[in-house]
Design a protein around this ligand. Structure first.
Ligand code: FMN
Length: 146
């Protein structure tokens, strides 16, 4: 079964909620999805063995959270070239983090990115639940499809 790893950085839980919905969407399409807090990813080997990687961070002070910066340096060495990728994050008004993560995965890691970065004010607002699940479905289709 195709496997996806969803890693999130959050302060108040919004980005975790989005991560869980993305993981659900991946499972709807027959993929196996694991959602981890960025604090649970400690070494390069923790990133080994997945077909897709979806990284997310909330935006604080115009930036991704520190844990995600550390994760991206770890991921740089993990050989993710050609793997399926996506990015996401909760935000209040400017939401820089998902785009920055997406660009790094695309330009530095040379991953096969699905769609664009997913930015949500909250998973519970304005169709956010559906959008997050659909984002996961698209990742799931890509890794589990014929
Ligand atoms: C001190 C502080 C700074 C913030 N800075 C930004 C910001 O620069 N841009 C933005 O879009 N949202 C900003 N936010 C809003 C958060 O991104 C938003 O509340 C988000 O839903 C938090 O996600 P989390 O629950 O995953 O931590 C800020 C919030 C706080 C409390």
């Amino acid at each position: 079964m195709a496997k996806a790893l969803v890693v999130y950085a959050t302060r108040t839980g919004d980005t975790k909620n989005i991560a869980d919905l993305i993981a659900e969407g991946i499972r709807f399409e027959g993929g196996e999805a694991t959602a981890l807090n960025v604090t649970q990813v400690k070494k390069e080997e923790d990133l080994a063995g997945y077909d897709a990687y979806v990284f997310g961070s909330a935006t604080y002070h115009g930036e991704m959270m520190q844990g995600t910066k550390t994760l991206l340096f770890l991921a740089e060495k993990a050989g993710l070239e050609g793997k399926v990728g996506g990015s996401f994050g909760a935000f209040g008004w400017s939401g820089e983090a998902p785009g920055r993560i997406f660009d790094t995965m695309k330009n530095i890691f040379k991953m096969d990115m699905v769609g664009g970065p997913l930015r949500l004010k909250s998973a519970s607002l304005g169709g956010g639940t559906q959008m997050a699940q659909d984002y996961g479905r698209n990742i799931g289709k890509k890794i589990s499809g014929p």
